[in-house]
Ligand binder design. Structure first.
Ligand code: NAD
Length: 346
């Protein structure tokens, strides 16, 4: 049976191809942007940002390479200040979810259009979700203003993505897909994207982790990342809510997603027959939760919550926070259920 649905997908132009970074100035011109502030993370992100600013030429309003994961309030304010001082009329976010996340807050508050050049697989470029953090509290929301108007996917930019970031950001994307199969807001489009993204990740992610310079694998994973990010229009369930609560304890984002994914999946699959058969087909494995766990075990990333600084004394607190949200789809999750999931992941 098809569940009733509303498919409200943002309009986005997607430019994909090896070497497509050279199109930044043309894409800015197409949007009528004459002064784009380039947003990046420090370090290697800044070097890439400088290259983008150079390619923008006279359409560049400079480089602001100060993005930080989860957009701390002070980082957001510095970004807003740089956009105002530089008289930017657009933003060019180059990097992973951290760079794109800062651009989103600037877009939300100043109404500037974003062009995104993603270099990880976490999928933020395809969503209307923004986030900002203050101390241990992260607030998120949805706003059509923050959806990048153009995404330029250039697999060349991902060749140097370290194996651990490759694996963790892709597991984050796979989590969007798994959860997209059972959230009540799912639509036939998000279901199709989720299964196709998982199929591509299942086949090519191990290759991209083993050999970062494998252009075919990198290209396939970047397409999968786009599809997976698009699935997030469908809303969030237990997995993303739990990852959000754990993020509040200061745990690293993508790694947290990767660690809890097999456990939350195992819990929910018991009540999600249709999603189960789609996962079996997409992952080519009769035991989808086991397949995700084996995927995680094969990657050079932290394997357990205890490995990323979570204290088991906080399990009860995290479980209570989730229980208060009354997650029911596809399976009601009580505080005891969440404690069991977290204990297993610990
Ligand atoms: P990230 O942007 O934090 O990047 C991880 C690390 O990899 C950083 O040190 C970065 O400098 C480095 N890096 C990125 N690209 C590189 C490249 N090509 N080569 C070498 N190094 C590179 O990682 P992420 O997982 O993409 O983003 C996490 C953030 O995104 C979190 O704040 C999360 O909440 C947010 N996010 C938001 C959404 C959304 O829909 N709003 C979706 C997913 C993630």
């Amino acid at each position: 049976m098809i569940v009733p649905f509303v498919h409200d997908a943002p309009a986005q132009r997607v430019v994909f191809g090896l070497g497509s970074i050279t199109r930044v100035a043309d894409e800015a011109a197409r949007l009528g942007i004459s002064r784009a502030l380039v947003i990046a993370t420090p370090g290697s992100g800044a070097r890439l940002g400088a290259r983008v600013a150079e390619l923008l030429g006279p359409r560049s309003a400079g480089l602001h390479a100060e993005a930080v994961i989860h957009v701390p309030r002070a980082v957001a304010e510095a970004g807003l200040g740089a956009a105002k001082t530089g008289k930017a009329d657009g933003l060019l976010a180059v990097g992973g979810g951290s760079a794109i996340g800062l651009a989103k807050i600037i877009a939300r508050d100043l109404g500037l259009p974003i062009i995104a050049l993603p270099t990880t697989y976490s999928g933020s470029e395809a969503t209307s979700i923004w986030g900002i953090s203050e101390g241990e509290r992260k607030t998120t929301g949805r706003d059509p203003k923050v959806v990048p108007r153009v995404i330029i996917y250039d697999p060349e930019l991902t060749l140097g993505l370290p194996p651990a970031v490759t694996a963790a950001s892709a597991m984050n994307a796979i989590a969007h897909c798994v959860e997209g199969l059972w959230v009540p807001e799912r639509t036939p489009v998000t279901t199709a994207y989720a299964t196709e993204a998982m199929r591509r990740f299942g086949e090519y992610l191990p290759r991209a982790v083993a050999d970062g310079s494998d252009r075919e694998a990198r290209s396939e994973c970047l397409v999968a990342a786009w599809l997976a990010g698009t699935v997030l229009v469908a809303g969030a369930g237990l997995h993303h809510k739990l990852a959000h609560v754990l993020g509040g304890f200061g745990l690293p984002h993508a790694e947290t997603h990767a660690i809890i994914l097999p456990h939350v999946t195992r819990f929910n699959l018991a009540a999600a027959g249709e999603a189960r058969s789609r996962l079996v087909a997409a992952l080519g494995d009769d035991d989808p939760a086991g397949a995700l766990e084996r995927m995680l075990r094969g990657f050079p990333i932290p394997q357990r919550l205890r490995d990323i600084g979570f204290a088991d004394a906080k399990i009860a607190d995290a479980a209570a926070q989730i229980a208060a949200q009354h997650v029911t789809e596809p399976r009601p999750a009580s505080g005891a259920d969440v404690r069991a999931i977290l204990t297993a992941a610990f």
